[in-house]
Design a protein around this ligand. Sequence first.
Ligand code: SF4
Length: 334
Amino acid sequence: MTTTESVPAPASPRAAAGQPLLTVDGLGVEFRLRDTTVRAVGDLSLTVRAGELLAIVGESGCGKSVLAHALLGLLPANATTTGHAVLHEPDSEPVDLITCGQRHLARRVRGRRVGLVPQSPATALNPVRTGRRLLSETLRAHGRDRADTEQLAVDVGLDPADLDRYPHELSGGMAQRLVTALALAPDPSLLIADEPTTGLDRPLVDHTLDLLRRRCDNGSAVVLITHDLAAAQRVAETVAVMYASRIVEHRDTDQLFAAPAHPYASALLDALPDRAFRAVPGDPPMLTALPPGCAFAPRCPRRTDTCADRPEPTPVAGGGTVACHHPIPTGATP
Ligand code: SF4
């Protein structure tokens, strides 16, 4: 019998709320192409704390998903990753996800301590297994009760009757919910959810977001990668805005939405229907042809000659960082 109660989390140790769970330091990702090298993530640093839901937002192609794949060692062979991303958990040695090697990631980390809700669920599901078998086998593999299978389906908004379908018989929204359930089954300390609400209608979007939010209540953390700013505002404690491979603003959610400091963050918020409903002017730069200084300069109403030098992240009043030579003062318009 299934209920609206969530599957209880197993007794795996969790860090105290507020303790660093993941510290990313100077992370960079480059792809070698035939004629050139593309920097998809550049010199990125951030900390995710136990109990935190961090949303990473930005336009398509800014590097959000590459960051997620770098943390899980899922990049293709032509990628080079530099820097560090250290996972800290109670009762475990810290592990650097960038340098620990594929063998360790596959055996000890990926899908266990760090889970991924992938952006393309159809390609992530074994086509010859029903949802029920996929989910029950995953629960059993991680020491959990197979009897929780239907409850976990209910938790993600999936009708248990649909568990007997094969992946090709699922709609995009059903497949999305199934991969979310599979990512939650091992009860990872850190869940990276890459556009987890794709294909869902609004009530299921809110259901999924609230489910992710509740994961943080037991000391887990969630990194939500999304282009949906309303989703970020609904559930995230902190928001990192990415532009052209870098984080340009990283703040407390309420502060960012009340008074964005970076002109790009301000333009993104202006695109919301309940604000100016005005598209960000211009187009994002090609990652193969980034300008030498600030990558937002060609689209920025505040640019000056100083912006020919790349701005580094600097502390902003009230906490967080902004990478801009001329951040927007609180209460001003860009
Ligand atoms: S550094 Fe200059 S060009 Fe870049 S966002 Fe700030 S003001 Fe605009």
